[in-house]
Design a protein around this ligand. Structure first.
Ligand code: FES
Ligand code: FES
Length: 155
């Protein structure tokens, strides 16, 4: 067991757990934050993507010990009302089907727009290339990402 302090969505947390426990399980099982999804558990699908600072990371691949002192944003923390510009764009374009991949996609787009407020289509495709959507909603995801940029999703 280890005691680890980290910040989740602006709130300081102290976690007592196995230092090798993936951050994904810390979020879902210990903190009850189920917005971050478990897909492959191997860093391949992107469904567990969260932000470490402004950078996307795969929560299934971050052991608790490596998260010490860091600040994370999950889908629950992107906005208070669910109406961040990226979320507005997602609603406008009616992106979600089952929705399972969407928290990871949205946070990946957030990271992209933070570094490139007006990305090219190729840059959007590049950022999302390693995210899997089993429902095949890729065209609407790309469209929503372009709209999110116009709405100022990087702010
Ligand atoms: S569950 Fe983490 S990348 Fe698939
Ligand atoms: S909307 Fe179902 S997996 Fe992407």
């Amino acid at each position: 067991m280890a005691r680890v302090q980290l910040t989740i969505n602006g709130t300081a947390k102290t976690i007592d757990a196995d230092p090798e426990m993936p951050l994904l399980w810390v979020l879902r099982d210990l903190l009850g934050m189920t917005g971050t999804k478990y897909g492959c558990g191997a860093g391949l699908c992107g469904s567990c993507t969260i932000l470490e600072g402004d950078s996307p990371v795969r929560a299934c691949q971050v052991p608790l010990s490596a998260a010490a002192g860091n600040s994370y944003t999950t889908i629950e923390g992107l906005s208070k009302d669910g109406l961040h510009p990226i979320q507005k764009a997602w609603l406008e374009e009616q992106v979600s089907q089952c929705g399972y991949c969407q928290p990871g996609m949205i946070l990946e787009v957030r990271a992209l727009l933070k570094s490139k407020p007006s990305p090219t289509n190729a840059e959007i495709d590049g950022a999302l290339a390693d995210h899997v959507c089993r429902c095949g909603s890729y065209p609407r995801i790309r469209k929503a990402a372009r709209l999110a940029a116009r709405l100022g999703g990087g702010r």
